[in-house]
Design a protein around this ligand. Structure first.
Ligand code: UDP
Length: 280
């Protein structure tokens, strides 16, 4: 980031990007929940050329004890980039970048986990980047919230995350490596879709106020699309046959799922088709 010069044509005459995407187009995104047997919860995300695994353990007693909080759980996120995940072999082990990302992702996740239900415990989230092509913190956060839900950790909502930025004077969504390296701004966003709360927002580079607003609206819109894919991944794993859902349970789920948060423009969630059928 920072507008290093390149001969690459980042935006062509038709307004398309280096990989043929439109400015507001996401890279292909696939999410799978519950991919690891030994973890309490897990998720795998393939997002363009990014491949990211998230595993969750806990809540379990927090050690060392001085880190315990007597009133709530702490969420400890560990973001790690594999040596083979980037073209220049990455030196194994933590560095300043991975410590920073671990910290901001922990703080984002603590906003949605109902931590007060588990005093003195730790909820550990491991994010392993197996292959990287920019946007790994967003992919990691998106995977981690699905993994937390897969672990059965009570949460207010999932977090969906996506970056927008500026490349060759154009505001674009979901930057890939060349755009990240030779563009002039990158703004990762973490959103709680049901309430519209922002739990992660960073900015690398410079944008005018108007450009920032455009980027934020683009990434917010993308987060709602990502949210739908996250929920679909969980539904796919936990799909329950309609006949076994008692009517009152299905009705209660429907009430919660369609409740519109106050002061939010977020449309009410769609009730999964199989639950609708379960209502007598
Ligand atoms: N990257 C790299 N080596 C590193 C760190 C990052 O090649 O040691 C690449 C990697 O593809 C990463 C991208 O640079 O996804 C952008 O990194 P950034 O710090 O902006 O975080 P991200 O966009 O992945 O959240």
């Amino acid at each position: 980031m920072g507008g290093a010069t390149t001969d690459l044509k980042l935006i062509d005459e038709k307004g398309l990007r280096i990989d043929g995407r439109r400015p507001d187009e996401l890279r292909p995104l696939k999410i799978e929940a519950g991919v690891l047997k030994r973890a309490d919860g897990s998720a795998y995300v393939e997002w363009g050329e990014n491949k990211v695994l998230a595993a969750v353990y806990g809540p379990r007693e927090c050690h060392p004890r001085h880190m315990q909080n007597p009133t709530r759980a702490i969420v400890q996120c560990n973001y790690n980039m594999a040596s083979f995940s980037v073209s220049d072999r990455k030196r194994p082990g933590p560095d300043r970048r991975s410590q920073e990302i671990s910290k901001i992702l922990s703080e984002a996740l603590e906003h949605v986990v109902l931590t007060h239900l588990f005093p003195r415990t730790s909820i550990d989230v491991y994010i392993e980047v197996l292959q990287a092509n920019a946007g790994t913190r967003c992919a990691g956060l998106t995977a981690a919230s699905v993994a937390l839900a897969d672990a059965g950790i009570p949460m207010r909502d999932l977090i969906a995350s996506c970056a927008a930025g500026k490349v060759a004077d154009t505001i674009v969504l979901d930057l890939r490596n060349e755009e990240d390296n030779f563009g002039s701004a990158d703004v990762p966003l973490g959103l709680v879709p049901r309430t519209g709360e922002i739990v992660l927002l960073q900015m690398d580079g410079d944008l005018s106020v108007e450009e920032f607003k455009t980027a934020l609206s683009m990434s917010t819109d993308a987060c709602h699309r990502i949210y739908a894919i996250q929920k679909e991944a969980l539904r796919k794993k936990y799909c329950v046959a309609p006949a076994v859902i008692p009517a009152e349970v299905a009705n209660a789920i429907h009430d919660v799922a369609t409740e519109k948060p106050q002061g939010s423009d977020v449309p009410p969630n769609e009730m999964p088709g199989n639950l609708k059928e379960g209502v007598q």
